[in-house]
Design a protein around this ligand. Sequence first.
Ligand SMILES: NCCCC(=O)O
Length: 831
Amino acid sequence: MDESYSSNTLITDDAIVRDRNVFILLSRELIFTSEVILGARILLEKNPKMLMIVLSWILLFLAGHAGNLCTVSASRTPLHIAGLLPLSEKDGWSRFFGYSALVGANQAIVDINNRSDILPNYTLVLNVSDTEGNLPAALNRLYEFLYEPPVKVAIFGSLLSSLTEVVAEVIGKWSIVEMSPGATTPVLSNRDKYPHIYRMLTSAAGFSGAEFRMCGMFGWNKIATLHETTEPHVGVINELQRLVSTSNVSIIAAESFYKDPYEAMERLKSKDVRIIVASFYERMVRKVFCSIFKLNMYGPNYVWMIPGYYSNGWWMVEEEGVSCTVEELKQASEGYLTIAYSKYGRGEEPGVGGRTPAEFRHEMADVVGYEITITDRGSVAAGYDCIWALAMGLESAEARLGRGLDSYRYGDDEFARTVGRAFQDLSFPGMSGPVQFSEGGDRSGDLLIEQNIDGVENIVGIYNNIEDEITWNRPTEELWYYSDGKPPFDSDITKTIELLQSIPISVLATVSVLAALGMVLGVMFLVFNIWKRNNRQIKMSSPKVNNIIATGILLAYLGVVLLGIDRSMVEETSLLTICRVRSWIIPISFTLAFGGMFTKMWRVYSIVIANKTKRKVIKDYYLFGIIAVLLLADLAILIPWQIIDPIQIKENRVPIPQTEDDLTRHEKREKLYVNCTSNNNTIWTLVIIIYKAFVVVFGAFLAWSTRNVKVSGLNDSYYVGLSIYNTVICCMVAVSLSFLNTSSIVVTFALVSGFLLLCITISLCMLFFPKVIAVYRKNEVADENFTGIRVGTTMVPTMAHKPRALGGDMPTTSAHNGEFKTATTDGSNPK
Ligand SMILES: NCCCC(=O)O
């Protein structure tokens, strides 16, 4: 482009046009005139009388046509149009669009001025100024146009949204109509703020519509946005936000940038976004895609949706400050989707101006200097159609107004509104496709969805923004040629499948049935113990303590069943309650069951071992007191635990290594453990275990110390001792099992619960079966077998009297002066 398009240069194509018109008409007149003279000569030769007549005709003809010739230019009133386009050398992108729009507009001016069927009384004059692609320059140029005569009847331009937004607001106040070949921002559809602007492109709101539609089609609910902080980009992203606000799509990250996108994109990367809708001018596109390359935000897991108005092959342009190679840019841009305008008509019929769109492209190629393909981004056709729309609108408005277009003065709102209404009624086949305007002044029409495949932007679908519908022109699987035919996921690389780790109901049912059987047995023993409480054999074994032991064992069965209830069976709130109950039941059942045995052993030890020389009376309530102390110790741990650090439900996820299949399906699996725990669960549990361990070890010591004691009055001490050993072993094994890493909670539960049930049942049976047997042997077996007491390695003499139960109290035996005497625990004599 030459420098004649520099700022505020008056383009005088109208002069050329007029010269061409005059030349054509003169040629026609001269040919006609010479034909007339030739005819006259023939006539003259044949009939000299005719000479005068013919001469008169010629004179009359010439007189008439001379008048015509004079009025071809002189009778047409110039109508000045102000052109505001970005044409600076320094802004290649703007120059590309601005210049191409100007080429098209100039051609339209020539075409229109050449015709007598449109604005026959006017000659269009296009005055063009360079906006330099920036707002201050654009406003300067606008005011120069406005303040310098002649009056401009309309504005052709401006082109960039960032400045059109302001220009359109200003001209709204001056009541001038404006026809832009390429300002796309959605904000311009606001007729209150921008009443007189029309544009030859659909609003970029349609970009957002198409992008939003694609989110719905491909199941993307989490998207991110990135935009330059100017129009049209702000408007496009705002429109997208408006659309998603009514749906289940959410924008999980929204970043903007002014000059360098890198940091904003780093933030996007940190949020692990995968579907990114971006809007920025071409001057930023290389920086953005270089950042995409550097941040590795491309490939099978990403979808980039960008505007489709960048020049073809933008990645091949060297740019200062962009440190990526052409190859790297090409790699990063593979597969992106664009929403683009259809810049050239696809019809095969001649349109306005008499050419088909293809002929038009071909003809204009000579002017722009390159072949114009149907997917060309330039604005030649838009510029051409803008001038035609202006001409048609003005002509129609003149008829509606009933006054000449040259009557227009700035501020003539009636004129501007009438022209605007005329625009809205237009419908003509333009070189950019069928031209029609919406009420908002936007061009009505479809948008193209394109995809960059190996450096070529291919049309893959059409978005009808009136119907909000996308028509794909290939199977959608083909869009995802770079991700195995499946659309990338909207967030993580893979979908996470949680596998809740739970106890199968069959296992829990088995454990529950066994526990229930144990409980039935326990209840039977308990009932038996109460029923036969006055029986001598039962009376001698402290039936009240036995009741406590049996109750503890019943609770222990219940605790085992509760251990198997998990999140797969009950709701979270119920599970929490069960967990809390369980955390109380297990230690308390242990205290009742083991505490009962422990106190019995302690009594034996206390009487037989520790007090060999004096009679000692230990009543049952003394034993209850010890159990109560043990229970209090439990409460001293459980209550603070419950208050300070209550048990909560916590989820623990353990990833499972991905298989080939998982990778293909973009899935990963993890085991989900739903645990009942508290913040310091380990500490609290350890405190309880240490306390219980102390009691167990002490109990074991007592049992071991009294292992050889066989006293008729303490008729179950032998079995209590065995039961204590059993408990010690069971506790050790059960604790070891619970720490066993079987990688399956089912196996762990089955082992632990099975073992606990076995231990509990053994203890239960050891304690109560001998009593049942003894009772049914008519209470005599224990007494008959009585031979004496072995203390340590010494066998002490046989007892003098058979013990007699009294009042349910355990008889006590004391060693005094080498002689054993039998008495009840409360010191009374047995009967
Ligand atoms: N035709 C592309 C211009 C984009 C805009 O500024 O709206």
